[in-house]
Design a protein around this ligand. Structure first.
Ligand code: GLC
Length: 735
């Protein structure tokens, strides 16, 4: 439709029709069997609203969507927008985003998100509520699994890759509109407790927490979702400064904004609205275009306009933004965007997509320990016991892959049996993931209630016997996939006790143990690292997770993943992150006696594993860090080079990381900030000169005067294999 035609259509709409475009309802309002979480009958939504609403939440599938859309178009001339949470995979599921970021390979993840778009659009989806751009420094928060971890620059690089992977240029019906979320700073709740208060200085918000969302906006994301939390005392969904001043005026975002689930009505619980009417007013004045799953807009905006409490212009602007998105997606020409069952059958879970998922999963795995190079295992020589609650467990997709089918997952046991002589493999579960599933409670589609009586002692003894009869034990442990994700905040982050008992018993056998950990977050591994020969952190690795792990364990793939979150030594250190300030009494200072320094009495300051850490079967040596000059002037750049040598006899990938420290500033500056990284593959014995360029853009920050700009002075460049092991050189910025 041309802009002129769209305007003509808009001009014919009644005020109510315009308001109803701002309403999003779940599938159960369209006779879909999806279980809706949250209020339904009390919503007080009339059939007139349903018949004229603008979009549908979490319905997907070509047949289902075509049916709802065709029914809808009998009553309305404006097609529905179908939106859903396809966060890191639809039917072919990739690793959780904390694993995706551990690849340090945005180009690869761009390809993954092209597949996600291809599969979702084949099933009729128009918008996906992805990617999550929340920065997180607190692994107690369950949704850390949906994020790219603790670094703002790395987060931004992956958000760009995901948004452009999903959207392309939206010209093809295989491109989907992305919705960057949750704006803003949802990942910084006090205590790591879900939905809790977020309170930080504007400087910290702008310096660290906003760049990821801005990367999404600058990449052309079509939608932004608000966050449940407060920002400076005002919930995002009613926060005009955040949603208007920053998002629209400063950043120039002119796409659609959507409230998170019931977040407009939750302004009442927050205590800044007394009723739905006030909540609707706050939301529309903040510029929130779509009310997800509450009656606030549908039942109150007309009254607000007619009583002159708000201008009808606000509704016109929101409605037009929604119509423009529908038009950009071509819905007026083809409300189904060529979604058909045939297209689904040819695209979903294709071998090509599975192969990419396996490749991504292999690059997401992080090798944390490999004592005496026990890994990779040789094939068909040793008897291998595959033990533990994740050995033959298909629940390795993570909480936000609820649209996928776990039956499509390849387990570790299956993958091992496909790769080596199955006569050499024995298996025992050994124990359950949890001793008490009730703490997981209900979540939407599934409640995890184990009814069958389990003979825990027999289960354990069987595992011990099998391990005794084997040469190597591959032990698979971790948190339950429902212990992370939304509503998954935890205060204790250790491996469950019943799993630790299994580990201890196997340890007594003096066998080689390879530990594979499944988790949606960094867990506290301090007490087990010394007991294990090798540790692979698998996150929740997705549909092809078992095959990826088998490729790594048997050396068909060389691990290259690196951590994008610090692994705490203890939960008491949290938040612990690499880009911290120095303080006035840093532990390293020699001017104070040991007590009066910034430290703990009962734990180190350093995490157990630092940001950027990850091992390979290859070994890499760094040398000859050289800057082509030591004075940087505006509009110039410094060329940084370093030599990296693969001193092993196997090919391997290495992510070379460049950090910068601003040694002095008008405000304190972090000890290190990641500014560049490059992932390279080196053959055995190969030396490669790696080059980076630094320019003034890399040195800007929110100064004391809150201007994002430069300050001259001394800087240090660090280049290395992680945030701790670096070579360094100084330079000066002269303005
Ligand atoms: C949830 C989540 C959000 C999701 C939305 C729709 O509560 O916070 O990430 O996109 O509701 O399911």
């Amino acid at each position: 439709m041309t802009d002129k035609e769209l305007r003509e259509l808009f001009d014919k709409l009644s005020l109510r029709e315009k308001i109803y475009q701002l309403v999003q309802l779940s599938g159960d309002f369209y006779n879909d069997e999806v279980i809706s979480v949250g209020p339904k009958s009390e919503l007080g939504i009339t059939q007139d609203v349903v018949d004229n609403s603008g979009s549908v939440l979490n319905v997907i599938g070509a047949e289902k969507i075509r049916k709802i859309q065709s029914e809808h178009l009998k009553k309305s001339k404006i097609p529905l927008l179908f939106m859903a949470d396809v966060i890191y995979g639809y039917k072919t599921v990739f690793p959780i985003p904390l694993g995706l970021s551990s690849t340090w390979n945005p180009e690869l993840i761009h390809k993954a998100y092209q597949v996600i778009s291809e599969e979702s659009t084949a099933s009729g989806l128009h918008v996906t509520f992805s990617p999550v751009a929340d920065l997180v420094k607190d692994p107690r928060w369950g949704r850390v699994m949906e994020t790219m971890g603790e670094d703002s620059y790395l987060n931004s690089e992956f958000i760009k890759a995901m948004v452009t992977g999903l959207q392309g240029n939206l010209s093809s019906n295989s491109n989907i509109a992305s919705c960057v979320k949750h704006f803003a700073a949802y990942g910084a709740p006090e205590g790591g407790r879900e939905y809790n208060t977020v309170d930080m200085t504007e400087r910290k918000l702008r310096q660290e927490y906003l760049p990821g969302y801005k990367a999404g906006v600058d990449s052309g994301c079509e939608m932004i979702m608000t966050s449940f939390n407060t920002v400076d005392g005002i919930p995002s969904t009613g926060n005009k400064w955040l949603m208007n001043e920053i998002l629209r005026k400063e950043w120039g975002f002119n796409g659609v904004t959507i409230a998170d689930y019931a977040a407009i009505q939750e302004l009442i619980a927050h205590g800044i609205a007394e009723n739905d009417l006030e909540a609707a007013k706050l939301g529309i004045e903040a510029g929130v275009d779509i009310d997800m799953k509450t009656p606030c807009y549908s039942n109150n905006l007309e009254e607000l306009v007619k009583s002159n409490k708000i201008s009808e212009d606000l509704i016109n602007e929101s409605c037009m933004r929604i119509l423009k998105l529908k038009n950009k997606l071509g819905l007026f020409e083809d409300p189904y965007r060529e979604a058909t069952v045939e297209r689904e059958n040819s695209v979903l879970l294709s071998d090509k997509n599975r192969e990419l998922s396996k490749k991504v999963a292999a690059e997401s795995l992080v090798l944390l320990k490999n004592e005496n190079n026990i890994l990779p295992l040789s094939k068909n020589k040793e008897k291998i016991a595959v033990i533990g609650p994740y050995a033959d467990n298909k629940a390795i997709l993570g909480l936000w892959a609820f649209l996928a089918n776990q039956n499509d997952v390849i387990t570790i046991k299956e993958a091992f049996e496909n790769k080596i002589d199955s006569k050499l493999i024995s298996y025992a579960q050994g124990c359950e993931v949890l001793s008490d599933y009730s703490l997981l409670g209900e979540f939407g589609r599934a409640s995890i209630v184990k009814n069958e009586v389990i003979d825990k002692k027999m289960m354990l003894e069987e595992a011990i016997k099998i391990s005794e009869d084997s040469d190597v034990v591959v032990l698979t442990l971790g948190e339950h996939s429902m212990q992370s994700g939304e509503g998954g905040s935890r205060t204790e982050l250790t491996i469950p006790d019943l799993q630790l008992e299994l580990l201890e018993r196997i340890k007594e056998l003096n066998k080689k143990i390879i530990l594979i950990i499944f988790s949606g977050r960094p867990l506290i591994l301090t007490d087990i690292v010394s007991k294990i020969d090798a540790i692979i952190y698998a996150w929740f690795p997705g549909t092809e997770g078992g095959n990826a792990i088998a490729d790594i364990v048997f050396g068909d793939e060389n691990p290259s993943g690196k951590l994008t979150m610090s692994f705490p030594y203890s939960v008491g250190q949290i938040p612990v992150y690499y880009n911290h300030f120095n303080t006035g009494r840093p532990l390293e200072s020699s001017t104070r006696n040991t007590r009066f320094k910034s430290r703990y009495l009962d734990a180190p300051n350093e995490p157990l594993f630092p940001f950027g850490f990850g091992l390979s079967y290859a070994s890499f040596e760094y040398s000859d860090l050289v800057l082509n000059k030591n004075i940087l002037s505006p509009n110039k750049q410094i060329e940084v080079s370093i030599k990296v040598k693969n001193i092993s006899n196997v090919k391997g990938k290495e992510t070379v990381q460049l950090y910068i420290k601003d040694c002095f500033g008008s405000v304190v500056r972090p000890n290190k900030e990641l500014k560049k990284f490059i992932k390279v593959e080196l053959n055995p014995g190969e030396i490669r000169e790696i080059n980076f360029n630094i320019n003034e853009e890399d040195l800007k920050f929110f100064r004391k005067d809150m201007k994002f700009d430069l300050e001259e002075g001394m800087f240090t460049v660090y280049v290395g294999k992680n945030s701790k092991d670096c070579l360094s050189k100084d330079f000066n910025l002269k303005i």
